[in-house]
Structures are given as structure tokens and as C-alpha cells.
Write a protein that binds this ligand. Structure first.
Ligand code: SAM
Length: 296
């Protein structure tokens, strides 16, 4: 089994029985420990840090572990895109919010909208286990959980054993108390509005009558509610142009190149084959918008 999970390519939802998922595995100590202790389980890790993913891949290879998968993706989107509802057995979040600050509340992993998606993907009886040294973060999480009304919970003081995660080492060396909050899903949550993106099977190129292209650089285009396309530099190549672009769909970001191929009377606008993308409805809209901008 390959450890790296390319969420843009794999067949979704994932066919993994009762996975255990770690959110933000950092140095990887915890996921590796779990994988060794539970060879019968498949462990899936989500991380936004490139470096952490690289380190875990090397470690899993070195230690010959066969039951670990990981992907570089924001955990919210990892859950949203990859799992069938009611399929995940356990979720682990260890010290997800260091240096807790009030103004960061919208980005927190345990806002009601994010917790809603985690809860939907959990099996009934499945658990989210959150370790933290920060009472204010745990209170915030409990408020979100109460809003959803689908969890039974337990909050306990934690005494940890080796190997400690990086943040466990840090907090213990500072003399801080550690806690574990367990949220056990007891029923389905009521619907909560949450960020969504829609995948499509295929993206289609768009043909346009040739027009000026210089104005395509450095623009911000609103494609739909909470969906923005930003463009940057335009390069001239042998077959036409390449335009650097960033699409933000409800906070899900994709950086890619748009190719504008010169076909005599026409340009053909498409996502460049050099860019590996998650094919979404809004990506198609982005290609169409660039074509319309060329038309003027
Ligand atoms: C404070 S560190 C804790 C790392 C590790 N769990 C430990 O105990 O040492 C938080 C980790 O979560 C990752 N992270 C933060 N937000 C994330 C998200 N939305 N999805 C996936 N990983 C995330 C960060 O890159 C970082 O590695």
C-alpha cells in the first residue's frame, strides 16, 4: 500500500474499513505509535505542512509500516472529500490549537461547521479524541459540540506515556496540565451550513475568438458567493500563453496554470496539463471567466 494518498486522483469515497484518522500529525510520533500498536487498523493522517508529510513518508518507509496513509490537505476538506458519511471510527486531534487566541475562532478546527462535517463522517458510537493544554480551546469545542447536540462527552486530565508528541514535550516542560476531551457520536447532528465544493468528472476547454490577453494579469474575479479567482503573471510560450491563477472556493485553495493556446483565429483556454488539480465546478467557471475576459 502506498502511504501517500493523492486526494485529487483517488476514487472517492475511500474504501477503507473503519479508519482511524489523525488531524495535524506534526512530527508523526502519535500516528506511528498507533500504527504499530494496532496493525489491524488503517491510520490516515491529514496535514497541511509539506515538511511534516515528507517526514512521515520517510519514517513509514524506514519502519516498514503497511497501515498508514497520509495526505497533504486541510483536514476539513480531507473529511469532506474522502469519507463516506458514517464511516470513520476514530478521530484524533493532538494539540490542534497552540497559542489559543480569541480572534482565531473562525479558523479553529472545532467550529460548529467543521465539527458538523467530522460528526457526519463518524460512525454512530465513533469518537473524536482531542488533546489540549488549553482550557479555553476545550470550552470553545464543547460549545460547538453542544450546539450540534449529537455527542456525549468526557473531559479528563491526561497522563501521557512515551513517545510524547512534540507539543506534549513542550507543554510538559513548561509545567502545563494536559487534558483529553472525548466526543462520542450518539446520533446524527442536525444540518449546519458548511463550506462545500462540487467535484466534476471532467473539465472542458473553452474556445474563444482571439483577443487581447495582457489584461488577464493581476485580477481578482468573483465567480460566485465565496468563490474568487485571482490571476498573476502571464507568460508567452511557443503555443500561446500560460496564466498563473489561484482559485479560492469557500477557503479551499488551488494554485494552477491556465493555458491559452493559439489556434489561428481562436484561443483555446484550459487548465494546463502541468497543473494537477481537483476538478471542480468552480474550476470550470474559472476557465470560462478567463475566456470571457479575452472576448472583452
Ligand atoms: C500544534 S501542532 C501539533 C502537532 C502534533 N499533533 C503534536 O502533538 O506535536 C498542529 C499541527 O496541525 C497542523 N494543522 C493545523 N491546521 C490543520 C488543518 N486544518 N488540517 C490539517 N493539519 C493542520 C499543523 O501543520 C501542525 O503540524
Amino acid at each position: 500500500m502506498l502511504c501517500y494518498l493523492n486526494y485529487k486522483r483517488v476514487k472517492k469515497p475511500l474504501e477503507v474499513k473503519d479508519p482511524w484518522v489523525e488531524v495535524g500529525f506534526g512530527r508523526g510520533d502519535f500516528i506511528v505509535k498507533l500504527a504499530k500498536e494496532h496493525p489491524e487498523k488503517t491510520l490516515i493522517g491529514f496535514e497541511i505542512s509539506h515538511l511534516s508529510v515528507e517526514k512521515l513518508l520517510k519514517r513509514v518507509k524506514r519502519e516498514g509500516l503497511k497501515n498508514v496513509l497520509c495526505s497533504r490537505i486541510d483536514a476539513y476538506w480531507g473529511f469532506y472529500l474522502l469519507f463516506r458519511d458514517g464511516s470513520v471510527e476514530r478521530v484524533f486531534m493532538n494539540y490542534p490549537d497552540p497559542w489559543f487566541k480569541k480572534r482565531h475562532h473562525r479558523r479553529r478546527l472545532t467550529t460548529p461547521e467543521r465539527l458538523y462535517v467530522f460528526a457526519k463522517k463518524l460512525k454512530t458510537g465513533g469518537e473524536i479524541k482531542i488533546r489540549s493544554d488549553e482550557k479555553a480551546f476545550l470550552d470553545f469545542t464543547l460549545e460547538s459540540a453542544e450546539q450540534l447536540g449529537c455527542f456525549a462527552y468526557e473531559l479528563e486530565r491526561l497522563s501521557v506515556s512515551e513517545p510524547l508528541t512534540k507539543y506534549e514535550q513542550k507543554w510538559l516542560s513548561m509545567g502545563r496540565e494536559l487534558y483529553q476531551l472525548t466526543l462520542k457520536k450518539v446520533k446524527e447532528p442536525p444540518f449546519v451550513e458548511h463550506p462545500q465544493i462540487k467535484e466534476v468528472e471532467q473539465l472542458f476547454p473553452v474556445k474563444v475568438k482571439k483577443g487581447p490577453v495582457e489584461q488577464l494579469e493581476n485580477r481578482t474575479e468573483k465567480l460566485a458567493d465565496k468563490v474568487y479567482l485571482k490571476t498573476f503573471k502571464l507568460w508567452r510560450g511557443k503555443e500561446g500563453y500560460l496564466l498563473e491563477a489561484l482559485l479560492s472556493e469557500e477557503g479551499y485553495l488551488q494554485k494552477f496554470l491556465i493555458s491559452i493556446r493559439d489556434k489561428g483565429e481562436e484561443f483555446v483556454v484550459d487548465v494546463s496539463p502541468f497543473s494537477e488539480v481537483l476538478k471542480t465546478e468552480n474550476l470550470q467557471r474559472a476557465v470560462e471567466r478567463v475566456a470571457r475576459l479575452i472576448e472583452g
